[in-house]
Design a protein around this ligand. Structure first.
Ligand code: HEC
Length: 157
């Protein structure tokens, strides 16, 4: 019994100490996706979906839930955001060349039609981010159309 008590106290202590450590937040003031929007011209519906369902992990600005104040959840979220942004960052669209933009939009098509994005872990707590079939179709259609623009760019002169 004594050992068990010691074990739980130790765990509690670790948890308390953990609270003093916070990962850096992913926050940008102002219109961080202005280049992306100007170039890909998503219809209002698609733009709204991207804002509500994707930007938290795929842009330089995350709207954090309250539980981000609790470690180790904060570290878990920071890790997801870093991973998501590393794969695709709408705030840094102008750093991608035409080939990469085309490829990223191809992946958007795939991820969305397969229902892989937004991640399940996210929609458990962000009910409003879950996509209807209609919304998925709107994204895929926009991605397909926009890819043509980049593919035209890639044609040899
Ligand atoms: C909770 C965070 C989160 C949300 C919200 C989210 N994603 Fe992701 N996304 C990730 C992570 C993490 C990866 C990389 C790992 C993987 O593929 O599962 C990823 C990968 C991707 C990829 C693959 C990119 C590549 O280079 O392989 C695409 C495309 C993508 N997401 C699109 C979207 C779109 C579109 C939305 C909104 C409808 C969205 N994601 C919402 C976290 C997220």
């Amino acid at each position: 019994m004594k050992l068990l008590k010691f074990f739980f106290l130790a765990l509690l202590l670790i948890f308390v100490i953990m609270q003093f450590f916070r990962p850096d937040k992913n926050i940008t003031q102002g219109d961080h996706t202005v280049d992306f929007i100007a170039e890909t011209k998503p219809p209002v519906e698609v733009k709204t979906i991207l804002e509500h369902s994707c930007y938290d992990c795929h842009s330089n600005n995350t709207v954090y839930p309250w539980y981000n104040n609790v470690a180790p959840i904060s570290f878990w979220l920071a890790d997801h955001i870093k991973d998501g942004k590393g794969h695709l960052n709408f705030s840094e669209w102008n750093t991608y060349d035409a080939k990469k933009k085309d490829h990223k939009l191809e992946e958007v098509e795939e991820m969305i039609s397969e229902g892989e994005m937004p991640l399940n872990e996210y929609t458990w707590t962000h009910e409003e981010a879950r996509l209807t079939e209609e919304q998925r179709n709107a994204i895929v259609e926009w991605a397909k159309k926009t890819r043509l623009l980049y593919q035209a760019d890639l044609q040899p002169e």
